[in-house]
Design a protein around this ligand. Sequence first.
Ligand SMILES: C[S@@+](CC[C@H](N)C(=O)[O-])C[C@H]1O[C@@H](n2cnc3c(N)ncnc32)[C@H](O)[C@@H]1O
Length: 273
Amino acid sequence: MDEGGIWNDLVSDPWVRHADVIDGHSAPFGAAAMDALEPMSDAAVIDLGCGVGGTTWQLGERVGPGGRVLGVDLSSPFIEGARARGTAEHVSFVVGDAATIELDPVDALFSRFGVMFFSDPSAAFTHLRTLVRAGGSLAFSCWQDPLANPWMTVPVMASVSVLGPPRLPSPGEPGPFSLAEPDAIRMALGDGGWSDVDVTGLSVEQPFPAGDARGCAEVMSRLNPVLAGGIRNAPERLPELLDAVTDALRGYERDGAVTLPAAAWIVRATNEG
Ligand SMILES: C[S@@+](CC[C@H](N)C(=O)[O-])C[C@H]1O[C@@H](n2cnc3c(N)ncnc32)[C@H](O)[C@@H]1O
């Protein structure tokens, strides 16, 4: 399934339904990327691959009514969900492909985990530079490698006994880990003409905000495209999948909450013009 199919269809309903879970879990990474853009008061900002808009609304608060924020995403259901989460004249949303969309240049581009899905990252980051004024900046978070992210790999590994080995993206293909190597980040941004590239690691260990092992298994099995894709092909295996993922998460359960490590890169760059 292509990227549009994943986000517009496969996981669209659960991502809208569980937007608060996603925002809770991703909060430290989004906040760190926003902090990298300070000062933001009165700035014009685009939120790339904004999903259900949690960060777009947060950016709206940071820039204040004197600024403006536009959330861009491939997925119509996500954009509909994002619009329903607030009202403010300076916050708006559009369905579009960040790799090609034509917009007036803004002060800064932001993304929380929305820039790892380009089929040609060098071309996409070249285009993104046209969306920022000279002297403007870009800041985003992207996942470090799978071994540093058990919150994603533990459920996927557990699913193998039920659904068989998943088809995972090869290195260099679009997917959550396409920018997991700092060299890949520096190459894509360098090819795109970005300057002063800074890549800083951020690792956290926090409860996944969906309750105990069973609660997390239920939510993760619907949000994770690998698991959701497997169940779409074999819906009769859902009860078995939930049992397998629950068992795997039990080892990480403390006081009724599942705590697993997560690690991302916080990337900042400048468009020198
Ligand atoms: C992992 S989700 C992150 C969503 C959101 N930023 C968040 O943190 O909750 C990736 C998002 O990027 C969007 N996306 C992927 N490729 C895109 C593209 N070329 N242009 C715009 N959005 C894209 C997807 O539709 C999805 O909403």
